[in-house]
Ligand binder design. Sequence first.
Ligand code: NAD
Ligand code: MG
Length: 389
Amino acid sequence: MEKKNLAVLGSTGSVGTQTLEVVACFPDRFTVSVLTAGRNAELLIQQALQFRPKLVVLSDEQAYLKVKEALVGTDVQVACGEEALVDAVQLDEIDIVLTAIVGSAGLKPTIAAIKKGKDIALANKETLVVAGELITKLVDEYKVRLLPVDSEHSAIFQCLPGEENNPIEKIILTASGGPFRGKSRADLERVTKAQALKHPNWSMGAKITIDSASLMNKGLEVIEAKWLFDLDVDQIEVVIHPQSIIHSLVQFQDGSLKAQMGLPDMKLPIQYALTYPDRLQNEFPRFNFLNYPNLTFETPDVQTFRNLDLAFQALREGGNRACVLNAANEIVVASFLKDELSFLGMSDIIEETMCQVEQKEKLEFEDYLHYDAESRRVARSLIERRYKL
Ligand code: NAD
Ligand code: MG
């Protein structure tokens, strides 16, 4: 079996570290050429010493200096900054780029990798939310694979082999409902970031954990699914499934439903994206139905968790709307994590930003950057005005 050479963007994060756990299980299948991180110098140094990539890249200057010093005498090159990240994914020897950085910062390196013919294992859903139309066009043009890492999308992807001639009638994305499932708006008036950061089933980075509590994560995933599987908005349904065992479902035109199931563990979808179409033997814990006698399902409460509706609205309106939604969301989540903004305030600011930023159809690459920056500015000033910061 041929070895695959990886670049792991965001290797020090939740998905990044789990990716390296998977890689370490299959030394005959993978080598790592590039690791990148924001500012976690200590962990990146450890990873570099273990995996001996050709190059590591950091965003933060201080962290870069630390890593550079620690790796003197090794043959690992160390670089810093956004441009270095974009260059790193283009190294000739790389086969797959696994994108596990957070937010629209993933856009430029992902585009650069596609244009160099690299397959993409996509965890960084925000890239597809911001610029799904452009990314999917480039994926076709450069004939690369776009392999989902997000567990719901991996589930759907796993249901599709053998169905190439069978159109999808609809997909059902499952959502855990997060830590505030069943709460009313009144209950949510005063919830704290510590409460929001406690996800019942998954241990993830801070941004996606807040997105899961506010249901924005599912909203982003609806948009991600549209582009990955070429669906209309009306073909995408969301159902709350608190146990996170059924990872999502596809319904075909004869009414038959296929689901992918398993314990909630990101290592499984990460492994499938990296080894597709093969399934490799591993030692991950196995699911037992008898430990889960009740698999339950509910309708999402979009009156309380308005973000899910805002995402559907953005998808229906098209053009730059999802880019605006995503940028505003990145700003409000950062603000909520700094205790500047209340939990419910997040949806208000996103909605107001969507009202204030003009609509635009047919976007070029620069337009995405423009509307991303513009929406961040608008959201930021709305927060400052509302909370008199
Ligand atoms: P995380 O915060 O744990 O890790 C993010 C990683 O990216 C870190 O290595 C960090 O140093 C780096 N990074 C952050 N911002 C950066 C920037 N601007 N430039 C360069 N590097 C940067 O995040 P995570 O939970 O691993 O999530 C990563 C992505 O995967 C997100 O888009 C998330 O939505 C998606 N995702 C995560 C999970 C999960 O279980 N954690 C599941 C599905 C999808
Ligand atoms: Mg998911």
